[in-house]
Design a protein around this ligand. Sequence first.
Ligand SMILES: Cc1ncc(C[n+]2csc(CCOP(=O)(O)OP(=O)(O)O)c2C)c(N)n1
Length: 664
Amino acid sequence: MSSRDKHDRMANAIRFLSADAVEKAKSGHPGLPMGAADIATVLYKKFLKHDPHRPDWPDRDRFVLSAGHGSMLLYSLLYLTGYEDITIDEIKNFRQLGSRTAGHPEFGHAAGIETTTGPLGQGLANAVGMALAERILNARFGDALVDHHTYVLAGDGCLMEGISQEAISLAGHLELGKLIVFFDDNGISIDGAVSLSDSTDQCARFEASGWHTQRCDGHDPDAIAEAIEAARASDRPSMIACKTTIGFGAPNRAGTSKAHGSPLGDEEIAGARAALGWDAAPFEVPSDILDMWRLAGLRSVKERKEWEGRLAETEAEIRSEFERRMRGELPGGFEAAIADYKMALAKDKPKVATRKSSEMALEVINAALPETIGGSADLTGSNNTKTSQTGPIAPGDYTGRYIYYGIREHGMAAAMNGMALHGGIIPYGGTFLVFTDYCRPSIRLSALMGQRVIYVMTHDSIGLGEDGPTHQPVEHLSALRAIPNLRVYRPADAIETAECWQLALEDGKAPSVLALTRQNLPAVRTDHTEENLCRFGAYDLAPASDDEVVTLFATGSEVEIALAARRLLEAKGHPARVVSVPSMERFAMQSAEYHAAIVGSAAVKVAIEAGVRQSWDRMIGPDGIFIGMDGFGASAPYEELYSHFGITAEAVVQAVEARLADRN
Ligand SMILES: Cc1ncc(C[n+]2csc(CCOP(=O)(O)OP(=O)(O)O)c2C)c(N)n1
């Protein structure tokens, strides 16, 4: 068999595993795997550094299928190269309940799936974070331990999404030369020809952002290999526009949107079998072809062993540090550092904004954890995300610990996902809380993938004042609390902020949002407690003097108001208790007994939060009083806004007394 024949047969194995799996599932996308099979075959056969038997080898190349709808391409590759997680039965169970072969690649379902893709453009932007993580770790641990590529397959859809521009320009700026993107240039999307909606010269666009670009015939294995060689030789990130035919081989549907997202049907598949000379039955790969694929899967074993040898020879201290970071474990001494810091805060009782408290906590954290990499989307001075330890990461110089993401919130969030997925790094990044809307699709994916990404979101309410309603989050706390597996923290003072940071860092399998104020807040936790009280999500901050009549629940800046309201109520003979609620998600994890004790059975329950009511009913019940916002804010000094919108201790007392009068 000529080498071209071998290549074609190997690529056809991908094509028919994919088409047949989609056919059996009666749903899925055969077009992309059939069209991109040649690119993937060249990459996995000749270039990708990976070991199916050691899929977590830290120095493996990463492959990201950004066009996640073409998931069968990835599953076919993983099966063919010998990843144990993807058996032929998994391929047969494509898209079925409990299978590893979900409709779109899901991180954690199977080794070899480096990230969850499906929302177009996210994978490409994750890959920028992975490629950056590689450079950052390379700068610390050297070529001997960290020296790999990040490859991406992106379609027209990924490149049309706005996030791609943020990702591309960031990667170009940072000169991420080991990032290589294949553009599956098939000119087709769901509605038909891409020319219906787009006429961008993609190569020119990438070049304008500092990329090395090439065009090649995406069905010519030699041309693809040559292009990959050239891309690897470039010190700039590389994009290879590969001209392909969607649904390659399907006699009637190839080259049309009919190949994109539905099963081809028996007749069309039979036609493709005839056209490509593939006579194996569905889900059967001729043994000689499977052998070639399995052999390709073994290609990097020697390299992996050499890498292990280098790791073993590395000085013990550096080796264990590298291994600790890759395991994602925090170093010993971290807890003690936080405990000492909390003790000092209890003494100092600083009256500062929680964004400032966050910076103070980060000063301690960044000294204790060399793996944190900070950043901000052009709001460094407002988000207080930079500390004395975090020098800038610059094009070609990755020794720093701070990323100037530019005004790219979405790209920042997706890049942080990529860094967390790569491993060895704990990313945190800031913007205004209101712009979580600009990051939300990536925040959702952090949560879905269970990645430790920390979002430092400042200016968390009308308390930001004069910037007005465009900048004042109102629905955001509730909207974020609605995302499963996301921890939303809204600390009330410097001690709570330190505790929330500790929780966010210790939570290895979930992202966190820290909602922080612009305005100064008094210390509400004035006594030192060894225990992290924020761990409980909600806890008694100030007890009632007698059998409680009123319970006041509050978060962040409104805890101060709750405490003032309590004093007024107590003076009027209404015993009142204050519960601080730094995290509803943490509270939800506590026992039924704890819930009963904290929620209590006071005659009147009040929640105070300068946001909408939506997430509060579990705490205060439908009859509870909510003091907060029910519309957009306004532009004015913040004290005036609190009065204007009735978020004051006096308003609380008035509402409570009215309710008590109603009851009598
Ligand atoms: C953010 C987002 N919007 C919309 C979709 C739905 N969708 C899935 S594939 C697709 C078309 C993608 O076209 P292309 O990238 O050219 O893929 P191909 O047709 O080549 O398979 C769309 C709109 C999605 N998955 N993600």
